[in-house]
Ligand binder design. Structure first.
Ligand code: PBG
Length: 331
């Protein structure tokens, strides 16, 4: 293309609002949003998360109401994370396998309240259930062991699928877990239960407020660098994605979001599979803190970041700003 001024004035198409609307290349809709929610014990409880202003942990009845709110806002899917009571946490995280645990009760309450009007995504990893806050089983040296952890994750995934989960989202970064979960779902008759794998999940400083929300930050010893990825690596992310697709993932996730737009772009270009970004807790908290500090208007900040994910190739974004964004989009 041989463009030159003044034949071409790119400002022509920007000169009026109708023309900007007509030339817009990326459109964000509420259907692009997945809303992560924290579940806590009790009844009628709303427990604000101090490090995530505007986000609360809700008891199961409140979670069902949030799901109805999501349906009203045209948000197609919610993601659930439990804040397991301290007494129910253990070295091996057995509560993850309890068919009556917080997660399963929340799934059933949402299904009762909303039927099939909403997708329920559930996180597979042991950190909300272990006394050490790691995502898997640890040996004497504190190392998170891979294959024994995968065996437990399979049972955790089946437990969630049996309670009615629509999308199993393994966030643990163990090798081989997608294949094992996929086989177990097939054998259990859960042919239409999807797997959205946290395929490229980085060992990130942006997860702090989430760990507060699920109550694992106080207990976590060390870090997660032996299983989550080094933020410096991109080729390795493509290898992770290739494996998860081969093992049976229906869609893949890149996490965190904003600092990894290049990964999203490369995954989409290379594999042409549905890619989702997780705009994580620290990213949300920074937008809120920035707005509170007068850096810019909160709504403008959050919408600009969300459209950026779509532009980079995302099919959708997990974001704590989902209800706020949907309200803006619904006008
Ligand atoms: C746990 C899990 C984490 C997040 C989602 N699932 C935290 C972690 O890996 O320590 C982070 C989400 C967020 O920060 O919003 N496996």
């Amino acid at each position: 293309m041989n463009r030159s001024y003044p034949n071409t004035r790119l400002r022509r198409s920007r000169a009026s609002s109708w023309s900007r609307a007509m030339h817009r290349e990326t459109v964000l809709t509420p259907a692009d949003l997945i809303w992560p929610l924290f579940v806590t014990d009790g009844k009628g409880v709303e427990d604000p998360v101090a490090s995530l202003p505007g986000v609360s942990r809700w008891s199961v009845d409140g979670i069902a109401n949030r799901a109805k709110e999501a349906v009203d806002l045209s948000i197609p899917c919610i993601a659930l994370f439990p804040n397991t009571q301290a007494e129910l946490r253990s070295e091996k995280g057995d509560e993850a396998l309890n068919p009556d645990n917080l997660m399963c009760r929340a799934i059933k309450a949402i299904r009762d309240a909303c039927g099939d009007d909403i997708g329920i995504l559930t996180d597979v990893a042991l950190d909300p259930y272990t006394t050490h806050g790691q995502d898997g089983l640890v040996n004497e040296g504190g190392y998170v062991v891979n294959d024994d952890t995968v065996a437990v994750l399979v049972d955790q995934a089946l437990n969630q699928a049996e309670a009615g989960a629509d999308i199993i989202a393994p966030s643990d970064m163990m090798d081989g877990r997608v294949r094992a979960i996929r086989m177990a779902l097939e054998m259990g008759g859960h042919h239409n239960v999807q797997i959205m794998s946290y395929a490229a999940k980085y060992a990130s400083a942006f997860y702090g407020p989430f760990r507060d929300a699920v109550g694992s930050s106080g207990v976590l010893k060390g870090d997660k660098k032996t299983y989550q990825m080094d933020p410096a690596n991109a080729s390795e992310a493509l290898a992770e994605v290739a494996l998860d697709i081969a093992e049976g993932a229906d869609s893949v996730m890149v996490k965190p979001g904003l600092a990894y737009l290049d990964i999203i772009w490369r995954v989409k270009q290379r594999f042409e599979v549905p890619v989702f970004a997780y705009q994580v807790s620290g990213e949300y908290a920074l937008i809120e803190a920035g707005a509170a500090a007068g850096v810019a208007d909160r709504d403008a900040l959050l919408m600009e970041k969300l459209v950026g994910f779509k532009r980079a190739g995302c099919s959708g974004v997990l974001t704590y700003h989902a209800p706020a964004a949907a309200r803006i989009l619904n006008g």
